[in-house]
Each structure stands twice: as C-alpha cells, then as structure tokens.
Design a protein around this ligand. Structure first.
Ligand SMILES: CC(C)(COP(=O)(O)OP(=O)(O)OC[C@H]1O[C@@H](n2cnc3c(N)ncnc32)[C@H](O)[C@@H]1OP(=O)(O)O)[C@@H](O)C(=O)NCCC(=O)NCCS
Length: 175
C-alpha cells in the first residue's frame, strides 16, 4: 500500500454489541448524525420516533453500553421484499473497524429471515465512503450492485447534492 492510500483496517479488536434500537437510543442517534457533519440531520424527534416505530429494520452498534453507530431502514411499503436503508453512521472515533459493514450484514441477515431479498439506499455523488461501504457489502454477499438516478438537485428546496439510488439485488429474482 502506498503512503497516499488510506486504510480502514482495524488496528485493535473492539468489543461491539449489535442490537435493535429502542426509544432511549433516539437522542444518541441524533447526536451521531449531527457529529458526522455529512448526514442530513433530521429533527431529534424523528430519530426517537424512528427507534419507536422501525426497530426491526434498524440497528445500533454499542461499545461499553454507548451507541457508536446506527443504521436506520424500512421495508418499502410498495415492495416489502426490499429493505431501504435511510441513514448509516459510525462515530468518527470508531471508523475503520468494519462496524458499518457489520451492521448492514446483521440487518440484512435479520431482514432476510422475514422475506427481504434486496437492499436499497440513496447516496450523493460525493460520498465515496458510503459508495464503497455498500459495494463491499454487495460483493461479500454475492449481490449485483447497480446505480440509477433518483432525485436530482432540483428536487430539493435547499442546496443539496443529487441522491442516486444504489441497489443490492440477487441476480436471479427469488420466487
Ligand atoms: C460511511 C461510514 C458509515 C463507514 O463506517 P465504517 O465503520 O468506518 O466503515 P467500515 O469499516 O465498515 O468499512 C466498510 C467498507 O467501506 C470502505 N470505507 C469505509 N470508509 C471509507 C472511506 N472513508 N473511504 C473509502 N472507503 C471507505 C472500507 O474500506 C470497507 O471496504 P472493504 O470491505 O472493501 O475493505 C462512516 O465513514 C460514516 O459514518 N460517515 C459519515 C456518515 C455517512 O457518510 N454515512 C453514509 C451515508 S447515509
């Protein structure tokens, strides 16, 4: 590896617990999203409500009893076989330890047990870390990784990057 390349390989083994969120986690999720300085930060209420209403399609990574990462998701009402990932974030201190990838794998494993076959998310063109994260998960699971336009910048009332839809799907549709 050249000195200019970055590495996200873990330097130490972390004891991380993965679990469904509950409403008590909402405030911490909002804090992690705010601290990321990358994510759209929604109201604190939206994170509390999300934890209350969508715990089975969301996940928290916890170290020493404190959430350090989360994924929020939902099953598409028009296609419940697809898990739509809304936000993923890991506290800056703990990045590069495969926490995000592990959360997505746990979530996908859990969702597959109730009929989910595909995972979708939207990513802005400048978020290379997120693109690599989902590409890595797709590759590890032997899924196709496709992209298409979803929302262009004009869809948003404020200054906002376009959001492309990324799809992790099986090659052969399951019957
Ligand atoms: C994106 C983010 C969630 C990754 O978390 P993480 O726990 O450090 O990621 P992981 O260690 O699980 O890495 C998984 C894969 O993504 C790649 N990756 C992670 N961060 C990367 C970066 N900054 N640049 C390039 N690749 C990166 C890793 O190399 C790894 O790929 P590999 O399996 O091919 O080696 C984290 O950087 C973050 O919270 N960013 C701010 C919020 C955000 O952008 N969220 C995504 C949009 S919703």
């Amino acid at each position: 590896m050249s000195p200019s390349q970055t590495s996200t390989a873990p330097t130490t083994a972390l004891a991380v617990d993965y679990r469904q969120p509950n409403t008590d986690d909402g405030a911490r999720l909002w804090e992690i999203a705010s601290d990321s300085q990358v994510l759209d930060v929604n109201s604190s209420y939206s994170y509390v409500l999300w934890c209350h209403d969508f715990p089975t399609t969301s996940i928290v990574a916890e170290i020493d009893g404190t959430p350090v990462g989360f994924v929020t998701g939902y099953r598409r009402p028009s296609d419940p076989s697809t898990l739509m990932v809304w936000q993923v974030a890991v506290d800056d201190t703990y990045r590069g330890h495969r926490i995000a990838a592990t959360m997505l794998h746990h979530l996908f494993d859990r969702a597959q047990r109730s009929g989910v076959v595909a995972m979708h998310t939207t990513i802005s063109p400048d978020n290379v870390a997120s693109q690599r994260l989902f590409a890595s998960v797709a590759q590890a699971r032997g899924l196709r990784f496709d992209r298409r336009d979803l929302f262009d910048a004009g869809a948003f009332p404020d200054a906002h990057e376009p959001e492309h839809l990324y799809m992790l799907e099986p090659d052969i549709p399951e019957i």
